[in-house]
Design a protein around this ligand. Structure first.
Ligand code: B12
Ligand code: SF4
Ligand code: SF4
Length: 378
């Protein structure tokens, strides 16, 4: 562990330390913390079969690191325990499913309305590590959130945060799934928590029924290539045409399989100012966002998770949304203004959208379960 010198003092009271860690984590704004060991058991095989089926699509980084993803001590030698944290993110008072029924509005996944969560969570994890250092002296650690080769959901399940829903989300019985995960890999022999053993989905199947693109191909298995989150955020090229109508107004990520989930009614709203919506992204119209110039895009998405897709893919996604929007002079003129845009990717999606408005038989793409989902939120 490169961060600090390792210590293996046998005089430490690790039980008391584990209690302190959970207390400090909550003090730092995490919704909860748990501790697990490095054995990911059958998850290595689940990941291998997911990759073998090609479910990762173009996300090469998912297979690049070999067993480092499933064997934490291969990623960071000396790792003995992982402190897994979760952080609720839904800001107070933002609408969710109701927006999906307003096809002239843009639906930006609710996790991406404010500032980038990676920085906030990593900073808080570093603060947690510093608190530990103050208490026990130097020890080995490394903080992760999302982007590293880490099996975050499997570690969280083992650390007691919740179970894998049929939508593959990690679900907590008292908080739903609208939370981020993060980890502190450590070389401390802390006592571990009990894995979350009970799965509460039962006969419910709502997420699988509601998924607009049929991306949940089996219980707990998402084929990313069909998932709107992948299509709008990870995919660099053209969005396959057969998914475009089903995308509706979802222009960055997708929350449907969580919004319909009965456990989402237990979502705890977050008061973190970083998650507060910026530039009215929680209710902006598709036309408004499509009319942003490149500089405006760069300025308004600075420090936001949206920034990483870049302006070209932003326009690509919005063009699809506009193709699905009710026809109006504003929609047509916004699309026509980009017909000769320098990027072939954007031009092709704009042409598709304009073509949809020439047709009289546009299918209805907004699914009814979403209207009910709004009612399940606090
Ligand atoms: C790649 C990735 C994606 C891909 C693939 C999603 C997927 N389901 O794998 C795409 C781009 C589609 C995506 C979308 C989203 N993602 Co994402 N994503 C990741 C990432 C980087 C890796 C996930 C991964 O390892 N996938 C491979 C599969 C095999 O592993 P898994 O998802 O953990 O699934 C486990 C179960 O299926 C399990 N399993 C358990 N029991 C059983 C039994 C059987 C029989 C089988 C077969 C499997 C099985 O096996 C797997 C491993 O244990 C993680 C961050 C990280 N480093 O872990 C975030 C992460 C999973 N994503 C997250 C989020 C928030 C999302 C979105 C909600 C974003 C959005 N609103 O658009 C959607 C949700 C889509 C969904 N329903 O999964 C959060 C999830 C938080 C939570 N509460 O669960 C994470 C943890 C990021 C974070 N730090 O907070 N994501
Ligand atoms: S995020 Fe959307 S597209 Fe992806 S699995 Fe969930 S409902 Fe389906
Ligand atoms: S919608 Fe139902 S099946 Fe899907 S994750 Fe939630 S409880 Fe499980």
């Amino acid at each position: 562990m490169p961060d600090t010198r390792s210590t293996s003092s046998s005089s430490l009271d690790y039980d008391a330390l584990a209690t302190d860690i959970k207390y400090w984590a909550r003090e730092l704004g995490f919704s909860d913390a748990g501790i697990t060991d490095v054995d990911l058991g059958e998850h290595e095989a689940y990941l291998a079969s997911w990759l073998a089926a090609g479910h990762h699509g173009t996300m090469d980084y998912m297979e690049k690191h070999g067993t480092k993803r499933t064997r934490p001590a291969e990623l960071i030698p000396g790792t003995l325990r992982i402190i897994s944290v979760r952080m609720d993110y839904l800001p107070p008072e933002v609408e969710t499913a109701r927006l999906l029924g307003q096809p002239d509005k843009a639906y930006v996944s609710r996790y991406a309305l404010g500032r980038d969560y990676h920085k906030l969570i990593r900073k808080r994890l570093d603060q947690l590590a510093r608190k530990l250092q103050q208490a026990i002296g130097p020890f080995g650690f490394r903080a992760f959130v999302d982007s590293a080769p880490v099996m975050e959901r499997a570690l969280a399940m083992k650390a007691g945060h919740g179970w894998f829903g049929k939508n593959a989300m990690l679900l907590n019985p008292k908080a739903g799934s609208l939370f981020f995960l993060g980890e502190l890999y450590t070389d401390l022999p802390l006592p571990v928590d009990r894995p979350f053993a009970t799965e509460h989905c039962g006969s419910c199947n709502q997420c699988r029924v509601a998924c607009p693109t049929g991306a949940i191909v089996d219980d707990k298995v998402v084929d990313a290539r069909k998932c709107i989150s992948y299509l709008t955020i990870e995919l660099h090229g053209a969005i396959p045409e057969h998914f475009r109508a089903a995308m509706g107004n979802r222009v960055f990520g997708c929350d449907d399989c969580q919004l319909v989930c009965p456990f989402t009614r237990f979502t705890r709203r977050s008061n973190e100012t970083d998650f507060t919506p910026r530039h009215a992204l929680d209710r902006a119209s598709l036309v408004e966002l499509f009319n942003w110039g490149e500089e405006e895009f760069l300025e308004k998405t600075a420090g936001s998770p949206i920034r990483r897709i870049g302006y070209e893919r932003w326009l690509r996604n919005l063009a699809v949304g506009l193709g699905n929007a009710p026809c109006s002079p504003q929609v047509i003129s916004a699309l026509k203004a980009r017909q000769a845009y320098p990027s072939a990717l954007v031009r092709e999606h704009v042409a598709w959208a304009l073509n949809r408005h020439r047709r009289t038989d546009m299918p209805v793409v907004f699914k009814s379960p979403m209207a009910a989902a709004q009612a399940t939120l606090p």
